[in-house]
Design a protein around this ligand. Structure first.
Ligand code: CTP
Ligand code: MG
Length: 555
């Protein structure tokens, strides 16, 4: 028996356990349309940032009495929430009700004496808890519940997918399993807040804000943490208008360009993180990139961090993606599946290179959903027409205006199933004229390619930029081949789906199997490229049964 088959076999008991586990931890974010008013991106960011400022991170002994621990901490003020997680040791994230409690805790905390080594003193919010007398504390301890910070193993995922009730259920299951949990999101904001403490040593009014997939609602557990060092509050002229004939300005150092300023700031902060930042390791300054950055690992949280500054447009595109993700429950489910599919077939990678990125894939999903009839998502130009005076936003000369109040956008009347959308996504991009057309979510339609990169996806705000400039022709071809192959598998399955008891991977589980990629490369050795043959087959199916194409009910 093939090892994959064995992996996928889904004996009732395990499957039932897994489903129970999944249901009990189920989040309310997906599956059904949520009619409650949705929060603006800036509201979420501000609330979470404020929450992170009242929060501390504590490295704990492996055995600890949770009750006594909380009692000890609450001497400094009431605790709002806490959770534990494991990452090379046991950690606690503790949110106090008031910021003052953190200061109070810092005041009773000492800098360790390390024997022959020396400590660089820094009063951070990242602590080490030691037991004064470990012998009388460790006996009879009930084990601590740890919050999971990583995505499910492929084995567990396949089992969950094979036990789902329909392809739609599979896509929603995958979303539920991979999306960032509440605890993981808190840990991301806390990590930014801890880095902000270090940066604030130089720039007292700075803010370090997460952006990218940590906040745009498309982040998978384990994704990197993109941070933006925001110095606007310092640069901005906020003082009261003064009357009279005098005008005061700060004496500052001038540098030749904005880019040089960015490089200088990041160079110093990178140095600080490297030399003094508790828990920051492997600091690399990548200052000659188009967007200069400092990359490092935050050991305690386990996040790979990319710190940039002067990158406000990326924060705006995170807000745009957040809006798109919140407009319809199908958007994130589809995007997560496409991203997992791409990862399973090595179309994406954590190493930078000629690969397609998750950001590009998400924009492609948004574009595809704008092209449905009726559209599932509005175009960016339409969102701009809904904007009011307060939404107006120009960054570096680029118009980044769009409506920010989600409740002002009408829900789509489109009722297509996720199963249909997934299949049509693969068909759509399996047949897309990448050689002449560009993907443009601003207008929601193909545009002529302004330059010759194999894949052209217009940056929604910096419209002269191609989001996927790095993608090579061979990587694009691999994407197209796999998309066709996957559309074919879903088509075939629609007609003849294995029964749940047959232990055969089906639907999304079949698409995530590496064997799909192997099939493509194996069949390439035959005369005609597999993807061409599949395309022709798909075309023939479509022309013979166009009326069936929307009949994709769950089972
Ligand atoms: N970005 C961009 N143009 C690019 C690459 C990135 O505007 N060519 C912006 C996007 O706002 C993106 C953010 O930078 O969300 C972070 O980039 P990256 O980490 O590559 O993508 P994520 O969306 O965070 O996805 P992942 O989970 O793969 O990190
Ligand atoms: Mg990222």
């Amino acid at each position: 028996q093939c090892p994959l088959r064995r992996l996928l076999s889904c004996p009732g008991t395990v499957a039932a356990d897994l489903r129970r586990e999944e249901q009990s931890s189920g989040s309310a974010e997906t599956g059904s349309e949520d009619r409650t008013p949705k929060k603006r991106f800036s509201e979420v960011q501000n609330e979470r940032r404020e929450q992170a400022q009242r929060t501390v991170l504590i490295h704990c002994p492996n055995k600890i009495d949770e009750k006594k621990f909380l009692k000890f901490l609450s001497q400094h003020g009431p605790i709002n929430s806490h959770f534990f997680y494991e990452s090379f040791g046991l950690y606690a994230v503790v949110e106090f009700c008031q910021k003052e409690s953190v200061t109070s805790l810092q005041n009773i905390t000492r800098t360790p004496s390390l024997g022959p080594e020396a400590a660089i003193p820094f009063k951070s919010r990242y602590f080490n808890l030691k037991l004064r007398n470990s012998s009388n504390q460790t006996s009879e301890l009930s084990s601590i519940q740890c919050s999971n910070q990583s995505s499910p193993s492929s084995k567990k995922l396949y089992q969950l997918l094979c036990c789902a009730e329909s392809v739609d259920d599979q896509l929603n299951t995958l979303l539920r399993e991979f999306q960032l949990t509440e605890e993981n999101t808190r840990l991301r904001y806390l990590t930014c807040s801890l880095i902000e403490d270090v940066a604030a040593a130089y720039f007292p009014d700075c803010a370090v804000r997460p952006f990218g997939s940590s906040v745009n609602s498309f982040g998978k557990l384990g994704c990197d943490l993109d941070m933006f060092l925001d110095l606007d509050e310092i640069g901005k002229f906020t003082a009261q208008k003064t009357s009279g004939n005098f005008l005061m300005e700060f004496q500052v150092k001038n540098v030749p360009s904005e880019r040089v300023a960015t490089q200088k700031i990041l160079s110093v902060i990178g140095e600080c993180l490297d030399q003094f930042g508790p828990g920051c390791v492997g600091v690399q300054k990548i200052l000659n990139a188009r967007c200069p950055l400092v990359r490092f690992s935050h050991q305690a949280s386990g996040f790979q961090c990319d710190l940039t500054t002067n990158n406000r447009i990326a924060l705006k595109s995170s807000e745009l993606l957040y809006m798109y993700g919140a407009l319809d429950s199908r958007v994130r489910a589809l995007a997560f599946s496409v991203r997992c599919w791409a990862r399973a077939h090595s179309l994406t990678s954590s190493i930078p290179g000629a690969w397609i990125t998750n950001f590009s894939l998400t924009v492609m999903v948004i574009f595809f959903l704008q092209r449905r009839s009726p559209p599932i998502l509005p175009t960016l130009d339409y969102l701009k027409t809904l904007a009011d005076a307060e939404d107006k936003c120009i960054i570096e000369g680029y118009n980044c205006t769009f409506v920010r109040d989600l409740n002002r956008i009408k829900p789509s009347g489109n009722t297509e199933t996720l199963e249909l959308l997934l299949k049509e996504f693969f068909e759509y991009f399996g047949n897309f004229a990448f050689n002449k057309n560009s993907i443009n979510i601003r207008q929601g339609k193909e545009q002529n390619k302004p330059e010759s990169s194999p894949l052209h996806i217009q940056n929604p705000f910096e419209t002269s930029l191609n989001v996927s400039k790095n993608v090579s022709q061979s990587q694009l071809q691999k994407f197209v081949d796999l998309a066709r192959e996957s559309a074919w598998i879903l088509h075939q399955e629609g007609k003849d789906r294995p029964s749940p008891s047959s232990n055969q991977p089906w639907g999304l589980a079949a698409l995530l199997l590496p064997s799909v990629a192997n099939n493509v490369s194996l069949s390439k050795k035959k005369k005609k490229p597999a993807s061409e043959r599949i395309k022709n087959l798909l075309d023939s199916i479509k022309s013979s049964g166009a009326e069936n194409s929307t009949a994709t009910n769950g089972r």
